[in-house]
Design a protein around this ligand. Sequence first.
Ligand code: HEM
Ligand SMILES: *[C@@H]1O[C@H](CO)[C@@H](O)[C@H](O)[C@H]1NC(C)=O
Length: 490
Amino acid sequence: MLALSEFLVALILFFLIAHFLKLQWAGRRLPPGPTPLPVIGNLWLLNFHIHHDQFIQLAKTYGNVFTVWLGQRPVIVLNGYRTVKDALVSHSEELTGRPTFPLQLATSGSKGIITSNGHIWKQQRRFGLMTLRNLGLGKRSLEERIQEEAQQLVEVFSAERGRPIDPLPFIVNAVANVICSVVFGHRFSIDDDVFHQLIEATAFLINARKHAWSRIYDLFPWLMERIPGPHKMLFHHWKQLRSYIKQEIRSHREHMTSEPQDLIDFYLNQISKTKGDPFSTYDEENMIQVVHDLFLAGSETTTTTLRWAVLYMVKYPEIQEKVQKELDAVLGSSHIICYEDRKRLPYTNAVIHEVQRYGNIVPVGVPRLCVKQTTLQEFPINKGTIVLPNLSSVLYDPEHWETPRRFNPSHFLDKEGNFVSKEAFIPFSAGQRVCLGEQLARTELFIFFTNLFRAFTFQLPAGTTRINSDIIVAATIQPHPYKICAIQRL
Ligand code: HEM
Ligand SMILES: *[C@@H]1O[C@H](CO)[C@@H](O)[C@H](O)[C@H]1NC(C)=O
């Protein structure tokens, strides 16, 4: 008996040591980094979070290109403007891939846009971009839909009559409705139950990655498949979202008009047009995933940015006042604000850019996969290696920003107060896999922000002296829930 247990212990030890040596061997050609442990790699060091501050120390110790091990897979982390831009822009082609992880394979698979690769990715992405462009050209252009949503947003705030409120549900409602208009061709009212289910499901799916269980799933998928736990909720929400999208597709099929009105219409046309083409990837599964991807990528990011915008304006009332002065001087109260107006509003435009820079809501971007052998800062990078471009190291690069860790709209203004764009402003990433919704997001941020601050002064409720600007690390960097009062100005 004793002999057997001794034998087992020896066997496990042997495995761990063999694995340790294997990782050492595999790491010999990789950029430097901390020593990985068998099985879990450097996960102990990340505290299960890739955003952890311990990374600053790593960059200091090992330089702007270093390796950490996520379980058994090496991840090359890039830091600083020069390194990140060189990778994303000059090596764009070689870094267009996305790594796949077990949890994601069990849900979205390798379909759609965000997590797809190769030919599927190229076709679906091109289609997504083309459709956004087409929807902007129609009779009810995308910009008009955003303007209508902004109007609604001002109305719901107004109805609160300055009471202390958490702006989150109002903002989610407006932002998610823009995406609903794009993909489904209609908006939801704020008290629609289906809408709330969709938003709840989306939030759950997006925030899943902040939990340790999602990392554990990626390490031990076989085991996690077979035991109960919170990861089962993820599958539940995922199915819920899919079944709603399928229902929308069904009703679009039944009510096809000659002019496509939304993304699903365009997609159904595309499927008919490419029938018989052996290289076509336009099918129902990819359509569901594209809708799902746009919904996920397009709702939480813009919502979170607007929540930071309101929070910073409450925290820095003198900046809010300057924005309002500019809005009052340039726009009338009844003028319908369009994206073009940003050119007449340099200060306001600078503030919105600074909200995105300082807010830094997607700090380490979305992981890339090297699809072709390349060299980054003299390190050879093999096909199949995961690369993580640290966007915050660019948005906070001390060589490119005067006061990187202070909210300062002057980062985007010259001495005469004209707006200046900055090379190191990459909240949407860069290169061929840059955020597909960048144009849409910029238009939304501008139109929502200007409408809100033209109509209201946002301030702390009576008796509250401080707003909590600490961060919550989820899939995006989020503020803690807060309450403010929207005081009508006009
Ligand atoms: C403030 C708002 C937003 C921010 C900060 C943001 C940021 C990002 C970032 C950093 C990426 C990763 C790019 C890379 O791989 O390097 C990304 C990808 C993506 N975003 Fe956005 N995004 C925003 C809004 C939107 C909106 C409104 C949409 C919807 C139309 C959208 C759709 C996408 C899609 C589909 C991808 C995947 C692109 C691909 O893999 O080819 N995003 N976004
Ligand atoms: C990314 O850069 C920021 C700012 O320099 C730093 O705080 C963070 O630790 C870095 N993260 C990684 C993964 O290198």
